[in-house]
Design a protein around this ligand. Structure first.
Ligand code: NAP
Length: 318
């Protein structure tokens, strides 16, 4: 798909950055939406055409979607940073639903196309799944995050009727070098204080960021792919297994569990829904499309991501 135009909203984030590196090396023309003038300058230096928008109202940016072959929406207020006040919860919901709605509205006005629309979503849709294996047909949960994800996905419901191919990517826990959860998880290991979170029995459905970027590019390029796709590696693990593997890769012990009650006191509902419960999700539909993972197993994924820290007595991550 050379020389196609790809527009990414939320390009300045952790996943947006990884995706843009992939697309830039593939000779795509890339446009990136951001709310920040400063970040727009940085995008320009990378060879990405910056577009300023506010994520919820029409201020002129909409003409930049004219001629787009693919639109990827990665926007959203960060979920895992701190306690959820009422204000934070509103931002978590509105930042996603408003951008999904306004982008759908703009696609209605675009004269070119139709193209493909990819919306980020999350496996939080399934709620606290216990030990049940979940695929794309599993029902949604009822907690706050599940409600958010339901409304988030619904915000782009109109896209298909416009003739655009709509792909919803339910991301698992994305593991990368330069951000996301892994960057924070390795800190206690550095001080020989790593271990499981709570009981450690909760499932973690993770994906290596390179596989996520490859999966998105793959789905965009396959005309027959549409609808919902779980973007998780085929072998999820329990949290204690994750901690053990991380300790092994970093050559650090992994036996200091963080008690659930401490996290509940410090982080409240966020800890309960994000850290102390999880889902055992499988990428059923991705597997059926013929997509192959470079990193199906956690140990190889962590070795690849953390190779530069192994064996160092004072490793740190920027
Ligand atoms: N990382 C994970 O493990 C993971 C897992 C499941 C789902 N997801 C979802 O995948 C998406 C991307 O994740 P990420 O880790 O890359 O997130 P991130 O690093 O926090 O980046 C989010 C992006 O959203 C934009 N944004 C934030 N609030 C906005 C608003 N109100 N209106 C418009 N844009 C807004 C920001 O762009 P500007 O500041 O430049 O405008 C930023 O580039 C998010 O929706 C996230 O919930 C991520």
């Amino acid at each position: 798909m050379q020389d196609k135009t790809i527009v990414i909203a939320g390009i300045t984030g952790f996943i947006g950055e990884a995706l843009s590196h992939r697309f830039l090396s593939g000779n795509y023309r890339l446009k990136g939406f951001t709310r920040s003038l400063e970040k727009a300058g940085k995008l320009e230096k990378l060879g990405i055409e910056p577009v300023l928008w506010d994520g919820h109202s029409l201020t002129g940016w909409e003409k930049q979607l004219e001629g787009a072959d693919a639109l990827i929406d990665l926007t959203g207020e960060n979920i895992a940073a701190g306690r959820w006040s009422q204000e934070k919860k509103s931002k978590i919901l509105n930042s996603r639903v408003e951008s999904g709605s306004i982008l759908t509205e703009v696609l209605r006005r675009v004269n070119s196309g139709p193209g493909v629309y990819v919306q980020a979503s999350a496996i939080g849709l399934y709620g606290a799944g216990g030990d049940i294996e979940l695929d794309e047909d599993s029902p949604a949960g009822n907690d706050f995050l599940a409600q958010v994800v339901k409304q988030w996905e619904a915000s782009s419901n109109g896209v298909e009727s416009l003739g655009w191919r709509r792909i919803i990517c339910r991301f698992g826990v994305v593991l990368g070098r330069d951000g996301g959860v892994l960057k924070r998880m390795i800190i206690p290991f550095r001080w020989f204080m790593g271990g499981a979170i709570g009981s450690g029995r909760q499932w973690m459905s993770w994906i290596h960021i390179d596989d996520l970027a490859r999966a998105i590019e793959f789905l965009i390029s396959r005309e027959e792919c549409r609808g919902i796709f779980n973007c998780t590696a085929p072998h999820p693990v329990r949290n204690r297994e994750f901690a053990r593997t991380l300790g092994h890769v970093l050559r650090r012990p992994a036996f200091l569990a963080v008690p659930a009650w401490v996290l509940k006191i410090l982080l409240g509902e966020m800890a309960e829904q994000v850290l102390l419960s999880g889902q055992q999700v499988v990428p059923d539909r991705l597997a059926k499309t013929g997509f192959t993972f470079r990193f199906p197993y956690l140990e190889e994924a962590l070795k690849d991501l953390l190779a530069i820290y192994r064996g160092q007595s004072d490793f740190s991550i920027k």
